[in-house]
Design a protein around this ligand. Structure first.
Ligand code: QUE
Length: 353
């Protein structure tokens, strides 16, 4: 096997084929598997080869880290490039990452991700476009970009708007709520929202993984899939999310929030808004609103690339990454510092809609 060859265990993504299964293992544990250009290249090349290889009938994506699946993109590295004025290198990274996301979203073979711990940002992009999103009780997922002066990306603006799950309908309002609040979805939340397709207890994931490689995904699910034990907290907010967030612009959401009768919900949303970048919030609503209407994930990724590249060229992205990921002081000073000073139309105009 390829990954057993001397030296290959140092690769940032381990790649091998066993029993009709192409297996990608994210292997950058010290950075919680945050994705960089080299990792995106390895995954992209494997997907390309395996799509045309009859020896591969399904793709499995896992992590070598006990701590989780994937914490996002390597935004610290992008921050450093941008700080040095090398914006085009960051543009290129995102263009490559998003091309990989689209390949996952349009892949001709089953793609199974095992999410056993943190799954944020780019982690959602590498798992949630696939056909099978298997979560354990240790899994949680979040889009945390509002805190770093960025916008939701990796196709999430379409994918989160299109999920059906247990709630039974697609909801752009839910996508807006999840991205604006950076809501930390529990396994039950992921199941209810449609992010997760199956649940397997953490202790059984290894046996599940062995069986799906030996006997196929359906047999393994039959043997190991169960239900998360807790209730979905997100489901309890369903009516409030629809009432407040089903609006095209942040100003409308803000107005709906001010009039909403469930005070506990309003307090919760306001608490999550603390420390977020006003420009990111206003721009993200325009972005999700446009992408929810996009014809496919590719069109949403194009929207995200335009918006993200624009926001990275303002000081807010530098300031957000500094405050959250470098200094970890969480004291970002965003400019402008209120929603009223952000012109939504200016950000909407960037998009092709
Ligand atoms: C927004 C993000 C990221 C984030 C926090 C945000 C992100 C990312 C990480 C991260 C977390 C822990 C690590 C690491 C990176 O945090 O993309 O290397 O150890 O990768 O608010 O977009």
């Amino acid at each position: 096997m390829l990954c057993d060859t001397i030296g290959m265990s140092e690769a940032l993504v381990l790649s091998n084929i066993r029993n009709n299964t192409g297996h990608l293992q994210l292997n950058r544990p010290k950075a919680l598997n945050s994705l960089n250009q080299a990792m995106v290249d390895i995954v992209s090349d494997a997907l390309q080869q395996w799509e045309h290889d009859d020896a591969v009938q399904q793709v499995l994506i896992t992590s070598t880290s006990q701590k989780g699946f994937c914490a996002g993109g390597d935004v610290r590295a992008i921050h450093d490039l941008d700080a040095a004025g090398k914006y085009e290198q960051g543009d290129e990274y995102f263009a490559h990452e998003y091309r990989m996301n689209n390949h996952l979203a349009t892949y001709s073979k089953p793609i199974i991700s095992l999410i056993d711990g943190v799954c944020m940002g780019g982690g959602i992009g590498i798992s949630a476009h696939g056909s099978h999103r298997v979560v354990s009780e240790r899994a949680f997922a979040s889009m945390p970009e509002m805190l770093i002066g960025f916008v939701p990306d990796v196709g999430s603006t379409k994918m989160l708007s299109s999920m059906i799950g247990q709630k039974g309908y697609a909801s752009a309002a839910l996508a807006k709520f999840l991205c604006i609040t950076a809501w930390r979805m529990s396994p039950a939340d992921m199941f209810w929202a449609g992010f997760a397709t199956h649940f397997v207890p953490s202790a059984e994931l290894e046996a599940f993984s062995d069986m799906l490689q030996a006997e196929g995904i359906d047999a393994a699910l039959e043997q190991y899939a169960s239900q998360p034990e807790q209730e979905s907290e997100l489901a309890r907010y369903e009516d409030s999310i629809q009432a407040v967030f089903d609006q095209p612009h942040w100003s409308d959401i803000e107005a709906a929030l001010q009039q909403h009768e469930d005070e506990a919900f309003v307090r919760m949303v306001r608490k999550h808004l603390q420390g977020t970048c006003p420009t990111s919030v206003v721009a993200a609503i325009e972005l999700i609103d446009a992408s929810a209407r996009a014809k496919d994930v590719r069109e949403a990724l194009d929207n995200e690339l335009i918006m993200g590249n624009a926001l990275r060229r303002t000081p807010n992205f530098q300031e957000g990454v500094r405050a959250v990921l470098i200094d970890k002081t969480k004291d970002a000073h965003f400019v402008p510092d209120s929603y009223e000073q952000v012109d939504a139309a200016e950000y909407r105009a960037l998009l092709g809609s």
